[in-house]
Design a protein around this ligand. Structure first.
Ligand SMILES: Cc1cc2nc3c(=O)[nH]c(=O)nc-3n(C[C@H](O)[C@H](O)[C@H](O)COP(=O)(O)OP(=O)(O)OC[C@H]3O[C@@H](n4cnc5c(N)ncnc54)[C@H](O)[C@@H]3O)c2cc1C
Length: 464
């Protein structure tokens, strides 16, 4: 539905940003009205690219005075259509706000603007602070650091340190009314970004809300030591029922930095296997060898013939496994149409065998190859299970199959007692149906309080 009051809105936006950073050109709106997910395109009225918190504030005030929806966007790589407007409006592309403001080596954090990409932060730290790292998701490097934190994403340090939301020390946010607030230690001073501390934790008002409560303009994220040597132990098994126990043993050693499980039908040799990659890092070769042998010993002792090791992964494969981001991006095009979407579900570890078998069944019923990537989170308290489905956008049957498989997988994950991760709009509605009624009412009241005009990414986390 096109927004009303077009001319004066456009004039207002160009007053704030200049013509160069406001667009209503059809060819540019075309790009912003679709993403790489299986979601159909949805119309966008304007795109704006602010470069400062003051500009974001002015845009929000203008949109609020006219009741126009605002859709905050990082790199639109969420794979769920979350930055495609459900009720038209202005897409706020944050990527010009890409300054790395501060790195505190001592307190191990980076304060960045909301448009800073994963790739930019990786290179910056490698060059200036090689002893530090942040948790890198397997998303393309153009994905923003903020986007990943705000959707409670996962990266290569999540096995030990939790989701990216948990790695946030504090946020600067422009509220839907145009007011600015800061959370965490920055509540006390604009120069304090070291932690969330013991004050009321308002950061959660913006994590997992999918851009419906405000526009984040800055965030401080935790950094972690980066030992100079990294390697991996690869476990292979063909019996999914033992995977939870193997994961339990591995995580109980507290030796692995990251534990991921993959299963896919291509290349051919991977078919039928569950492959667990336990990454280790160390300061010396001796430490590394000790950690690797410890990880191997537990499995040899307890799982005898059922678990084998890929002692020497073929060169290219190992390189891919060791890459950050991981090689997920390279297996996304099996249907030769460039499309790829996954359902992510956060689930207890003992659910894995059932999730695995039922997922294979769904993939095969809809003429797909199965492809899983699972990340063990927070030292083994749960896992993030992602079921991926490739599709060819030019092929109707392929699209139909992908959409049906995605829908069924959403249902499967809810039935398994999992929490669907960054759900697209239909998935959100399914979650709301299952959600405690009192909790959903409180969510609605919080939204009404923060966003009385209902302008922030409307249609998300709503019943209708
Ligand atoms: C091949 C592939 C692999 C992936 N692997 C992973 C993975 O391993 N781990 C992982 O976590 N994710 C993964 N993803 C998903 C996704 O790419 C990432 O989560 C990514 O970090 C999202 O960032 P983005 O900048 O694209 O956010 P967007 O998609 O632009 O935004 C995500 C959500 O956050 C909101 N938002 C964005 N910026 C702001 C802001 N400044 N203020 C308020 N709201 C905002 C948006 O409205 C939207 O609801 C993968 C994606 C692909 C394509």
């Amino acid at each position: 539905m096109p927004v009303k009051d077009g001319n004066s809105l456009y004039a207002g936006l160009t007053d704030i940003l200049g013509q160069e950073f406001v667009s209503k050109e059809p060819e540019e709106l075309y790009i912003y009205s679709r993403d790489s997910s299986a979601n159909p395109p949805r119309p966008v009225d304007y795109v704006v690219m602010p470069s400062s918190v003051e500009e974001v504030q002015a845009i929000v005030k203008l949109a609020s005075s006219k009741g126009i929806p605002l859709i905050p966007m990082g790199a639109a790589l969420n794979l769920e259509g979350l930055t495609l407007p459900l009720k038209g409006g202005i897409v706020v592309d944050m990527r010009r706000m890409d300054k790395i403001i501060e790195v505190s080596e001592m307190d191990r954090y980076a304060l960045v603007e909301a448009g800073v990409s994963q790739g930019k932060l990786i290179s910056y730290l490698e060059e200036k602070y090689p002893m530090l790292q942040h948790s890198v998701p397997d998303a393309p490097p153009s994905a923003t650091v903020a986007g990943s934190c705000l959707i409670c994403g996962y990266g290569h340090l999540s096995t030990n340190y939790g989701t990216h939301a948990e790695m946030v020390n504090g946020l600067e946010v422009v509220l839907p009314t145009g007011e600015i607030l800061r959370t965490g230690s920055a509540m006390l001073s604009t120069s304090l970004w070291f932690g969330r501390g013991s004050l009321p934790d308002l950061t959660g008002l913006f994590l997992g809300w999918l851009g419906t409560t405000g526009i984040v303009t800055k965030l401080s994220i935790r950094l972690y030591p980066r030992p100079p040597i990294r390697d991996m132990v690869i476990y292979m098994m063909q019996d999914s029922s033992i995977v939870p126990d193997v994961v339990y043993r591995i995580t109980h050693t507290e030796v692995a930095e990251d534990v991921s499980i993959v299963g896919q039908e291509r290349p051919e040799w991977m078919k039928g296997y569950q492959i667990i990659a336990a990454y280790v890092s160390a300061h010396t070769e001796k430490e590394l060898d000790l950690k690797k042998s410890y990880l191997k010993r537990i499995s040899k002792e307890e799982f005898k013939s059922k678990v084998s090791f890929m002692e020497e992964a073929p060169g290219e494969l190992k390189e891919q496994f060791m890459e950050l981001p991981f090689f997920a991006t390279k297996v996304a095009d099996w249907k030769k149409g460039g499309g790829f979407e996954y359902v992510g579900a956060i689930m207890p570890i003992d659910t894995l065998p059932e999730a695995w078998e039922k997922g294979i069944d769904i993939a095969h019923r809809f003429d797909m190859l199965y492809s899983y990537a699972i990340r063990v989170v927070e030292g083994g308290h749960h896992v993030l299970f992602t079921y991926s489905y490739p599709f060819n956008r030019a092929d109707e049957v392929s699209m139909h199959n992908a959409l049906s498989a995605l829908k069924e997988t959403q249902k499967l994950s809810l039935a398994l007692g999992a929490i669907p991760w960054k759900p697209e709009v239909d998935g959100q509605k399914e979650i709301i149906k299952k959600m405690d009624k009192g909790t959903f009412k409180l969510m609605q009241r919080i939204r009404k309080l923060l966003d009385p005009g209902g302008i922030m990414n409307p249609g998300n986390w709503e019943v209708d």
